[in-house]
Design a protein around this ligand. Structure first.
Ligand SMILES: C[S@@+](CC[C@H](N)C(=O)[O-])C[C@H]1O[C@@H](n2cnc3c(N)ncnc32)[C@H](O)[C@@H]1O
Length: 255
């Protein structure tokens, strides 16, 4: 089946990002991901030493397996997590992969079509802050490395909570705060020195995305604060699991 990206919803104005003066956060995020979409998978593998596949596989294991389930992957990008989520949705299950960025989603839609899953995973351009789905439309929602880039995170969490069934779970995979001081120092050196240089060179990128990345990680809420935000959005049971020493964390929130 052919790869296709549908469109839905409006994009509300975002907040300004300090280093991108005058530009809205969403416009800046859009520009960055559009510029690197074709290189995103390669750079992800290089810069994480292939670990991102393992992180995604670990995250999706927290989604209870269903039969004929309905899954939603928010900020799906090039589709890795949506593909894994679809497996958890079982025979007859369906997944929707949504992302604000058309270029990223196009790469994802092609990958999904190559795996013969275009009939089961729909790719739709949509903002996490205003999901167009009815209440309780999904059994599970995932978000991999997306929430950090969202302008109004409380709003996105409320939307994710709204579209989940009662008892449904949201699994959020994000960069977080390494738990030990030596790992934090090593990680700071890697993410502020090595990562921007390699990422920018591989993607021949001029949008500063690989400088934005470590900065966005440093300013993102730590494990406890993110858990508190999820509770504030209405989730009743929230737990998190540190992976790779807390470089990433998987938050599991149940409605
Ligand atoms: C770092 S990529 C992660 C892609 C994929 N989930 C993965 O794990 O490889 C972040 C994605 O989040 C998307 N994104 C950022 N803000 C968004 C928003 N408000 N609504 C939907 N998607 C958003 C970006 O366009 C980008 O594709």
């Amino acid at each position: 089946m052919a790869a296709s990206v549908e469109h839905a919803g409006e994009t509300p104005a975002g907040k300004a990002v300090s280093r991108w003066s005058g530009a809205s956060r969403e416009q800046a995020v859009q520009r960055m991901f559009t510029a690197i979409a074709g290189w995103y998978d390669l750079n992800n593998s290089l810069l994480s030493f292939g670990l991102h596949y393992r992180w995604k596989a670990m995250a999706v294991r927290h989604v209870p397996a269903c039969a004929r389930g309905r899954g939603l992957d928010v900020g799906a990008g090039t589709g890795d997590l949506a593909l894994l989520l679809q497996r958890r949705m079982g025979e007859g299950g369906r997944t929707v992969a949504v992302d604000l960025n058309e270029a990223m989603l196009r790469v994802g839609a092609k990958k999904i079509a190559r795996r013969g899953l275009a009939g089961r995973i729909a790719c739709v351009r949509m903002n996490a802050e205003c999901l167009v789905f009815p209440d309780a439309a999904f059994d599970a929602v995932t978000a991999g490395f997306c929430i950090r880039n969202v302008g109004d995170r409380p709003r996105a969490f409320r939307e994710i909570h709204r579209v989940l069934n009662a008892g449904g779970c949201f699994v959020c995979l994000e960069f977080s705060q390494p738990v030990s001081a030596w790992l934090r120092r090593l990680y700071d050196w890697y993410s502020f020195r090595v990562l921007p240089a390699v990422g920018t060179w591989v993607a021949a990128d001029h949008t500063d995305v690989y400088h934005y990345l470590p900065e966005s990680i440093r300013t993102f809420p730590d494990q406890e604060h993110l858990a508190a935000m999820l509770r504030d959005a209405g989730f009743s049971r929230v737990a998190y699991h540190n992976v790779s020493g807390g470089i990433v964390a998987v938050h599991v929130a149940v409605k």
